[in-house]
Design a protein around this ligand. Structure first.
Ligand code: FNR
Length: 392
């Protein structure tokens, strides 16, 4: 049976590593039976495992944030600082974790957020993620920047799939891409609106991160490689692909043809949240892109209350950034979110054990969340309100 490390260094990951002349082991066939060590019991344990085993540049790319990574730290520190206020002797013998979002019922408010390039850490890439999400009954948002086409991800998926895209300079391509996602059954589209340019990613640069030549931005096939490029040239900040000229008019344009709910991802300012509602968005994601864009913006959990106040229940609010514990989900819901997204943790699960690792990450987080609901004396999502927190 292949070891976890053999597994990690198989297929594309092997090629990725060897492209950088890393010392790697022989290629082996991936197996869903890969064992997760029994001392891996929390999401941070998966990170430690990935740090040890994954190719250095892949780990740095995934775990890193922008510039000095101050916001990256804040995302966690702000969650850690919030203190829970439980009630006793409330019947919690049955828990109801269901939430309704965009007219769809989710079994629990944990969603796999969009992340790029899954084949960096596993030869089966997004297909393994989709299977793992399905096995855990979780909704997955598949990224425009996947290393597998949205058609192939949809075919592998056994659960609900949503799609994420940027609005590209090539509007025709963007239009067709969203129609492709709709055509294969994606039930919502997340438009990432926080990235007119990419962030200062020193950690990527120090690790010499490049997308290895044998991996492709599969959804962008047909665009030239330069056309699909996300890196600015030297002394430039603009990329060939991202459109720095986007405005609210482009959301109007999207609404003219998109049939599925449109969710704007990357909202931090309450005024933008209000604008999103007025522009007809079906939802927003309060996100600082996992602290990967603009360093020293606040932790998402710190801006969530003001955003929620402004939105005032008109549309659902999702939040992401540093969610690592079941108690973090309680805090996010208490401060106005309807659900949370996770990014890095399931990538570490994917790196460690493919689809099994992805499912395990979701299951650990869900179990912690249920345990926290019970220990807080809150048997339903509706019962998780501000009263679960001590005042600051
Ligand atoms: C991302 N994120 C992201 N977001 C997006 O809209 N499109 C994308 O393609 C990507 N790609 C991506 C790659 C990697 C490696 C990471 C870590 C993140 C951001 C992602 O959707 C989400 O906002 C954050 O990952 C949430 O923070 P945590 O859970 O990673 O702390």
């Amino acid at each position: 049976m292949p070891t976890r490390r053999d597994f990690l260094f198989s297929g594309s990951a092997l090629a990725a590593a060897s492209a950088l002349s890393l010392k790697v082991k022989a290629q082996t066939t991936p197996s869903p039976q890969v064992q997760i060590p029994d001392d891996v019991v929390s999401l941070s344990d998966f990170e430690a495992l990935a740090r040890k085993d994954a190719p250095h540049m892949a780990f740095e790319y995934i775990s890193g944030g922008a510039a000095d990574e101050i916001t990256l730290r804040w995302n966690r520190e702000s969650l850690d600082r919030i203190r829970l206020k439980p009630r006793i002797l409330n019947d919690v013998s049955k828990l109801d974790t269901r939430v309704s979002l965009f007219g769809q019922e989710l079994a629990f408010p944990i969603i796999l957020g969009p992340t790029a390039y899954h084949k960096l850490v596993h030869p089966e890439g997004e297909k393994a993620t989709a299977r793992g999400a399905g096995n855990a009954n979780a909704t997955m948002v598949t990224s425009m920047l996947s290393t597998t086409t949205v058609e192939d991800v949809a075919q592998a998926a056994t659960g609900r799939l949503w799609f994420q895209t940027y609005i590209l300079k090539d509007r025709g391509y963007t239009h067709d891409l969203i129609q492709r996602a709709e055509g294969v059954g994606c039930k919502a589209v997340f438009i990432t609106v926080d990235s007119p340019v990419v962030g200062t990613r020193n950690r990527d640069a120090r690790a010499h991160f490049v997308l290895p030549p044998e991996l492709e931005r599969a959804n962008l096939k047909g665009m030239s490689r330069t056309g699909g490029n996300l890196r600015p040239g030297e002394n430039d900040i603009y990329t060939p692909i991202l459109d720095a000229g986007l405005t609210w008019k482009d959301i109007e344009w999207l609404r003219s043809f998109v049939k599925i709910p449109i969710i704007l991802k990357g909202v931090l300012n309450p005024d933008d949240a209000d604008h999103a509602v007025k522009a007809g968005a079906s939802g927003i994601v309060v996100s600082n892109h996992g602290a990967r864009l603009l360093d020293t913006v606040p932790a998402t959990i710190d801006v969530l209350p003001e955003v929620a106040e402004k939105v005032a229940g008109r549309i659902p609010i999702l939040v992401d950034g540093g969610i690592r514990r079941g108690t973090d989900i309680i805090k996010a819901l208490a401060l106005g979110a309807n659900a949370v997204l996770i990014g890095r943790p399931y990538l570490f699960g994917l790196a460690a054990a493919g689809e099994v690792g992805v499912a395990k990450v979701v299951n650990i987080l869900l179990t912690e969340f249920k345990m926290a609901m019970a220990l807080m004396g809150r048997p339903s999502i509706a019962s998780i309100d501000r009263s679960v927190l001590w005042p600051k």
